[in-house]
Design a protein around this ligand. Structure first.
Ligand SMILES: [Fe+2]
Length: 379
């Protein structure tokens, strides 16, 4: 059976231009784009139609499952709540970040993480979800339990991306110990003396575990075809190590130097959409707007605020000269999709998946009005 939908009178954001007209969706894919209106279809009232957003790094699922310390919610209900939130933010493909290796701010165990992974898999199989879901393993390589937790995902084909991170004090995101203290001492409510001991313990763990865990996971991902990301790279030597280990995506480089070296090596440079919106990194590192202005930004990720992804797409061009709407939209659709090998989506062109978002912009805020995944309305 052929299911056809025509979206008429739209401003369609293509890869390199915006055209006014209609889009024909047939059997879950984009069948045709007519530059001028004239077909009879659903009237989009001149709203934008953009490709469904592709999100590579959202930490948001864990919060629905563990909303308070010691509280655990039904994992399927948590996945559904998270899914609804991302879909209504225009995200049609999401890589849910699940942690592997617990650092001290984690209230979750490796068993909790497995429950979430199973709830995702079961919900995909039972067709409960609005967005297309994959797993991103955030591997805290400094943690003593990193490899045992990683082994819980042996053979799990939902895993599409793994990032290698080290959040020990003195490393990468926290080269500056004052920023580290601001982040962790307050969060863990430690006295100065206990915080000092805590730092020494974390630094010793990093010195012992990070290098072998990084190499092990990089080799395992290469064998399994899982895309690798570096995380919080700060120096050229971090980037050199990443390249040697087969990394394809540089997540949240903390300095312009690291972003430039990553870009020159052909890595996709990913920064946080909240950083774009706020004009600064929450931990005092390089600004995403600065990188965009210097041509060093490829991919945006919602990080800790799902709605920030679509906001940043409609906002980046307002604050960074020379960035068009199609370019900013590519940073939340085409570029992240291609970075993880999903070449069947991310662009509005015939033959690609009909993953689309209807958006009206009111008072500088994009209002998501309708979302389709493979031609089916999901939000
Ligand atoms: Fe980080």
């Amino acid at each position: 059976m052929t299911a056809e939908t025509v979206l008429d009178n739209a401003r369609i954001v293509l890869a390199d231009q915006i055209v006014e007209g209609s889009i024909v969706l047939r059997d879950g894919v984009i069948a045709d784009i007519a530059p001028r209106a004239g077909r009879s279809g659903e009237d989009m009232g001149g709203d934008f139609i953009i490709p469904g957003l592709v999100e590579l790094h959202t930490d948001h699922l864990e919060g629905h499952y563990a909303p308070r310390p010691k509280v655990r919610w039904n994992p399927i209900a948590a996945v559904l709540a998270h899914d609804a939130q991302v879909a209504t933010a225009g995200i049609t493909t999401v890589l849910d970040a699940l942690r592997v290796g617990m650092d001290e701010d984690a209230d979750l165990t490796a068993a909790d993480i497995r429950k979430l992974a199973e709830a995702i898999e079961d919900s995909v199989q039972q067709d409960r979800l609005r967005a297309d879901h994959f797993i991103h393993l955030r591997c805290e390589v400094s943690a003593p339990d990193c490899l045992t937790a990683f082994a819980n995902f042996d053979g799990d084909e939902r895993v599409r991306l793994a990032s290698l991170m080290d959040h020990a004090p003195g490393q990468r995101q926290f080269v500056d110990l004052e920023t580290y203290a601001y982040y962790y001492q307050r969060k863990l409510k430690l006295t100065d003396r206990d915080f000092q001991k805590f730092c020494e313990k974390r630094m010793a763990e990093s010195a012992k575990n990070s290098s072998p865990n990084r190499s092990f996971i990089a080799a395992a991902c290469k064998e399994r075809g899982i895309v690798l990301a570096s995380h919080d790279d700060a120096t050229v030597s971090h980037v050199d190590e990443a390249i040697e280990q087969g990394v394809r995506v540089a997540e949240f480089p903390t300095t312009e130097e690291a972003a430039r070296a990553s870009k020159e090596a052909g890595l996709g440079v990913l920064m946080g959409a909240p950083n774009v919106m706020r004009g600064a990194s929450h931990s005092g590192n390089v600004s995403a707007r600065t990188l965009a202005g210097d041509g060093l930004l490829d991919i945006l990720s919602s990080d800790y605020i799902p709605f920030s992804l679509i906001q940043s797409a409609f906002f980046l061009g307002d604050v960074v000269e020379g960035i068009s709407l199609p370019q900013a939209v590519a940073m939340v659709s085409k570029n992240p999709a291609e970075a993880v090998g999903l070449t069947d989506r991310g662009v509005i062109e015939p033959g690609r998946r009909a993953d689309l978002v209807r958006v009206r912009v009111d008072d500088h805020v994009p209002v998501v009005r309708t979302v389709w995944r493979q031609g089916r309305r999901v939000a």
